[in-house]
Design a protein around this ligand. Structure first.
Ligand SMILES: Cc1cc2nc3c(=O)[nH]c(=O)nc-3n(C[C@H](O)[C@H](O)[C@H](O)COP(=O)(O)OP(=O)(O)OC[C@H]3O[C@@H](n4cnc5c(N)ncnc54)[C@H](O)[C@@H]3O)c2cc1C
Length: 389
């Protein structure tokens, strides 16, 4: 079977073959080879740990290779892109990180009012954000827009990125720092062994580990069932058009991300969202034809005169939503030497690298709450189920 997304079909300068044999031990085993897993492996290896990363499929085969590559830093310090820029310059790879600006279109006057309120309360120190009226949106996009668009919210500092080039670049850098990367190797079970070690059973044998990091999204609940109260999988749909003439310079969305899209360098438009078009509650990676049809209709309905197009790719991806919308980064409650980095929902690209760096530091320091109290996994469990600190 070929790669499921156009991002994953991109040629890779480095190959990551499945290992002939697994090492028998590692200081840290990282489970999951998406952005969070490769970032964690990278920082741990840089700190001198012997790291083994296990990925059940190919690197980036999960959400990290199925997203839109829209990179919108929020106000949290972990979303400051200084860390990304520094790593890209130190490690010398280019994941197509570009400043395009981002325009969100309000489809009702109420949403437009919420945009205005958001702009009004934004701290002066934050990157600028502007509320636009309808004329302002027309000026940014330079093309007709459907009547129901009341205005917009313009973030000049919005960025885009090629998410798979990011994952592969970080995996290559982690490997150069000594991490061992094992694609097509599924972790099956983690059990406490003798001498304070953990045993990770995999499809290629058992590895003894000093510590384990779960970077496998909501799949963490298979290993740590308590976390099923804190995190749940949600499916998103995407499609990619054939290459079209330049139409969208910035990344775009409607309202607060009900639909999101961007035009890639080759002219293809990648668009996702509209989950509410279908009542299906499935959380697998199968395409939902109702949502896909709604996505296909969206651009012609929103931009009068939009050209006819063929769809080149369709796919679905699973994101992991936490109970309060904040990620889980720190020790898994009621366990020893087991850590989690998950729960980033539909907004994992900006915080991923810095959150992983913070986790690596917290692991070294033995700080169970992780790098940021608001992300402490224990806080997401009800009552006293957060476990001992
Ligand atoms: C449709 C969609 C659109 C999105 N759009 C955006 C966007 O535009 N901007 C943005 O910032 N964020 C976006 N996101 C969110 C973003 O993609 C995620 O936050 C991020 O990729 C999560 O990375 P991860 O490493 O935690 O998960 P994943 O990339 O899913 O990685 C987890 C990996 O774990 C592996 N795994 C699972 N179980 C095991 C096991 N037992 N053993 C070994 N490996 C295992 C999986 O195969 C997978 O590769 C989107 C997500 C989706 C689904």
């Amino acid at each position: 079977m070929g790669p499921p997304t156009s991002w994953l079909a991109a040629p890779s300068p480095e190959s990551f073959p499945a290992p002939a044999a697994l090492p028998t031990e590692a200081d840290v085993v990282v489970i999951g080879g998406g952005l969070m897993g490769v970032s964690t492996a990278y920082w741990l290896a840089r700190r001198g740990a012997s790291v083994l990363l296990l990925e059940a499929r190919g690197l980036g085969w999960g959400a990290s290779g199925r997203n839109a590559g829209i990179y919108l830093s929020g106000l949290h310090a972990m979303e400051d892109d200084t860390v990304l820029r520094k790593v890209l310059s130190e490690e010398g790879f280019d994941p197509g990180y570009r400043r395009t600006g981002h325009l969100a279109l309000a489809t009702t006057p109420e949403i437009q009012q919420q945009y205005r309120a958001e702009v009004a309360r934004r701290p002066d120190t934050a990157p600028p954000l502007h509320a636009l009226d309808r004329a302002g949106c027309l000026a940014v996009l330079q093309q007709p827009i459907a009547e129901q668009v009341a205005g917009g919210r313009w973030l000049p500092d919005g960025h885009v990125i090629h998410p798979v080039r990011l994952v592969r670049g970080l995996a290559g850098a982690a490997r150069r720092h000594g991490a061992r990367i094992a694609p097509r190797t599924r972790a099956l079970r983690v059990v406490a062994g003798r001498n304070a070690e953990l045993r990770v059973r995999t499809t290629r044998g058992t590895v003894r580990a000093g510590q384990v990091v779960y970077a496998c999204q909501a799949e963490v609940t298979r290993f740590c069932p308590t976390l099923s109260q804190a995190i749940r999988p949600v499916r998103g749909q995407m499609l990619v058009t054939e290459p079209l003439p330049p139409m969208f310079g910035p990344g775009l969305a409607t309202d607060f991300g009900s639909v999101y899209w961007r035009q890639t360098d080759d002219g293809a438009i990648i668009i996702g969202g509209l989950r509410s078009a279908s009542v299906a509650q499935d959380v697998d990676e199968n395409v939902d034809s109702i949502v896909q049809s709604a996505l296909e209709r969206f651009l012609p309905a929103t931009f009068p005169g939009f050209p006819r197009f063929r769809v080149q790719h369709r796919w679905a991806g699973v994101m992991d939503q936490s109970v309060d919308g904040r990620p889980l980064v720190g020790a898994v409650p009621w366990t020893q030497r087991q850590w989690v980095i998950a729960g980033f929902g539909g907004h994992g690209l900006p915080p991923g690298l810095a959150a992983a760096r913070g986790l690596a530091e917290a692991m070294d320091a033995g700080c169970r709450a992780g790098p940021e109290p608001a992300f402490d996994p224990a806080r997401a469990l009800p009552g006293d189920q957060g476990g001992p600190r």
